[in-house]
Write a protein that binds this ligand. Structure first.
Ligand SMILES: *Cc1c(COP(=O)(O)O)cnc(C)c1O
Length: 359
């Protein structure tokens, strides 16, 4: 037996590495990236600012200025602070690590299908992931959720709000019911990655629910490349999560770029609102095609159902267009594809090719 087999966990060895294929030259409509870049005069000012960053120094690990700016500008509940992560992916990892006690089996729960990283990081932290099926219309199955909460007493319940990959926004009353049900057993993390496109947030519920945490990212907003997520909750909880955070997890270039972006919120807000308009146009165009079902979306992507998702996906690839085939992720997603909302030009290209891919 090689040392690798002896040393590396069997469940780690068993999985395939997450393969991100290179699709240079492809029309990328798979990753919910904002297709718009910064106006060129802003690029010049940003590079000027970045050129003065002290790359020889560690970041100041309290990140006080950036955190304060996020609290002021991103609508964090008054009196609440945030902790920062290298993307919200890292925050999910930290949340998992902090509750992964060794003396008993700890459960983490989420309605499914949802963002896969909740289950992945739960597994790597040694937690037991419990997925509770959504209803066929992708709403929360509250009786099933309440039963599962009573049975597993999860330490964490993740709610992607809006939900990836279904695109819908759970009913606020349902979310509040789950917060109450979780009050004595665990934390409810509302993952608001798509908040710029949703016009809805659970942030205002923070003061009423000491077990609520609200997580966001700048990725879908237009800064996926800088890797920055933030998480707000009551101070005592943030203090515990701070202990498991690598001290310099947000690098100085990200810190400077994020500070710059927050001083130019209007640019990002205009882009988000343009994308919301484009979402409506794309949705309408797709819904008018034969045998295409378009789900309502509060995010910067559309979940669509076609007759044969595998075939359409493959044909799109042959034509240089990359979408996400989620049809095998969960029974409720049979024959579903997830398409990122893009510029009118890219959407036009996509629509023309997509039409040709339907039989
Ligand atoms: C994209 C996405 C994230 C990941 O955000 P990063 O900050 O880029 O790590 C988190 N949650 C959901 C639901 C997402 O779709």
């Amino acid at each position: 037996m090689s040392f690798i087999n002896k040393v590396i966990r069997p469940d780690v060895r068993a999985v395939q590495a997450y393969h991100v294929p290179e699709f240079s030259g492809f029309l990328k409509m798979d990753a919910m990236e904002n297709p718009y870049t910064l106006p060129s005069e802003m690029q010049v000012r940003l590079s000027e600012k970045l050129s003065h960053v002290a790359l020889n120094r560690y970041p100041v690990p309290s990140y006080t200025d950036l955190k304060n700016k996020i609290c002021q500008k991103m609508g964090v509940a008054p009196g609440y602070r945030v902790i920062l992560g290298n993307g919200s992916d890292e925050l999910i990892s930290l949340i998992s690590v902090a509750c992964a006690r060794q003396d008993r089996r700890v459960a983490v729960m989420a309605p499914v299908p949802t963002f896969v990283m909740y289950a992945t990081f739960a597994q790597w932290a040694g937690l037991h992931f419990v997925g509770v099926d959504l209803r066929p219309d992708f709403s929360l199955d509250i009786p099933a959720m309440l039963a599962a909460i009573a049975q597993y007493q999860p330490a964490v319940l993740y709610l992607s709000y809006p939900n990836n990959p279904t695109g819908n926004l759970f009913d606020r009353r349902d979310v509040l019911a789950l917060l109450s049900a979780m009050e004595n057993c665990g934390i409810v993390v509302c993952d608001e990655a798509y908040q710029p496109f949703a016009q809805a947030s659970m942030m205002d519920a923070l003061p009423d629910y000491p077990n609520l945490a609200v997580m966001r990212t700048v990725s879908k907003w237009g800064l996926a490349g800088i890797r920055l997520g933030y998480l707000s909750a009551q101070d005592a909880l943030l203090d515990e999560w701070e202990k498991v955070r690598p001290p310099y997890n947000v690098n100085v270039l990200t810190e400077a770029a994020a500070g710059f972006a927050l001083d130019h919120m209007d640019v990002f807000e205009q882009q988000a609102s343009a994308l919301c308009g484009e979402r409506a146009a794309l949705s309408e165009a797709l819904a008018g095609m034969p045998d295409v079902q378009v789900m309502p979306s509060f995010a910067n992507f559309l979940l669509i159902r076609v007759k044969n998702a595998d075939r359409v996906f493959k044909k799109l690839l042959e034509r240089g267009i990359l979408v996400r085939n989620v049809s095998r992720m969960h029974g409720l997603l049979e024959n579903c594809l997830r398409v990122t909302v893009s510029t009118p030009e890219e959407s036009g290209l996509f629509l023309a090719q997509f039409k040709a891919c339907l039989d």
